[in-house]
Design a protein around this ligand. Structure first.
Ligand SMILES: CC(C)(COP(=O)(O)OP(=O)(O)OC[C@H]1O[C@@H](n2cnc3c(N)ncnc32)[C@H](O)[C@@H]1OP(=O)(O)O)[C@@H](O)C(=O)NCCC(=O)NCCS
Length: 299
């Protein structure tokens, strides 16, 4: 078994393993390659694979969290093909990731995973603990009714609004999303990299504007007949007027018109308003997403 840096030609195997670990995850080969090639240097992102000869049987990824002002924060994730578990592959990947993170100054890490009892046992035995939990939910977007907006607002595809206008609204809303580390310093460069992400559909992703100003937005990733909501948000002064619900209705209906039959998303238990929006739209639970965390280095 060899642990080595991932290369573009691993894309198919890596995406298959990622989707096997969490079938709510919407990621294409092109999307994974884009992710690897657009990381900012000071993120120190590392994508590893475990390879048995020419067969990729596990994946690991880590980096520093540049979206928070909180120093020392990092993220990481490991997934092993179902048929190759319990052979120490996940542990070998995790050890390599944690060593890398410690080498670039990380003091603690979080990992976002689809809950399974096996996964939780594995993580807990390696010093990780639950930081946030939330229901993983899904809806058939063909069931979504037409959206309505209060007077004075209009919808636009995110592509039409343009990155600068959307960035400003994202930065404002992101500060209020419950997370183990506050999202309070999203670099504009990262946002621009995301703007060319092949899995994000910027015609389906929708904004609500008052005049030229984006006041609410919802992002969506689409691959084949599956979609996954990215970030949804409403500027602080505009909340409670149905704007996030309306933006999501438009995006979900647009996804349905492109042949999507299942859209997934998840939110922390603590995020009562986002969960209320999703409940209203008919999303139903299909599992649980968990953010685990642990400190790094010697105590
Ligand atoms: C979550 C968020 C997008 C909602 O935006 P919004 O435009 O206010 O949403 P809407 O007005 O369409 O709906 C809000 C719903 O939450 C409910 N709500 C608000 N506060 C609530 C609370 N404390 N308890 C229970 N329900 C609450 C409202 O009653 C409303 O539901 P209703 O229409 O059934 O009454 C907004 O709060 C936000 O930007 N939060 C920060 C970013 C975030 O966490 N995004 C989610 C991660 S993707």
């Amino acid at each position: 078994m060899e642990i080595r840096p991932a290369v573009d030609t691993d894309a198919t195997a890596v995406c298959r393993i990622i989707r096997e670990a969490d079938d709510a995850r919407v990621i294409s080969e092109a999307g994974w390659i884009h992710w690897r090639h657009t990381a900012a240097p000071d993120e120190h992102a590392l994508h590893l694979v475990a390879a048995d000869g020419s067969e990729v049987v596990g994946v690991g990824v880590c980096g520093l969290n540049r979206w928070t002002s909180s120093p020392g924060a990092a993220w990481c994730g490991v997934a092993v093909a179902g048929s190759r578990r319990r052979q120490g592959i996940g542990s070998a990947l995790l050890d390599a990731l944690l060593q890398t993170l410690e080498g670039v100054g990380a003091t603690r890490a979080t990992g976002f995973v689809r809950f399974s009892e096996e996964g939780e046992r594995w993580a807990t035995a390696r010093g990780w603990e639950r930081k946030l939990t939330g229901p993983l939910i899904a809806v058939d977007p063909r069931t979504i009714p037409e959206a309505s907006l209060p007077a004075g607002f209009h919808f636009a595809p995110m592509a039409e609004a343009g990155p600068e206008a959307v960035y400003d609204a994202v930065v404002e809303a992101a500060r209020d999303e419950p997370r183990p580390e506050p999202i309070d310093s999203i670099p504009y460069d990262d946002f621009i990299s995301e703007w060319s992400h092949p899995d994000v559909d910027f015609q389906v992703s929708t904004v609500v504007c008052e005049g030229d100003r984006v006041v609410a937005f919802t992002e969506m990733r689409l691959v084949d007949d599956r979609a996954q909501h990215g970030f949804t948000g409403t500027r602080r002064d505009y909340r409670g007027r149905g704007l996030a619900t309306a933006a999501k209705c438009v995006a979900l209906r647009a996804a349905a018109s492109r042949g999507v039959t299942r859209v997934t998303t998840s939110n922390a238990e603590e995020n009562v308003s986002m969960r209320a929006v999703n409940r209203k739209l008919g999303f139903v639970p299909i599992g649980e997403h968990v953010i685990f965390g642990r400190d790094l280095g010697s105590p």
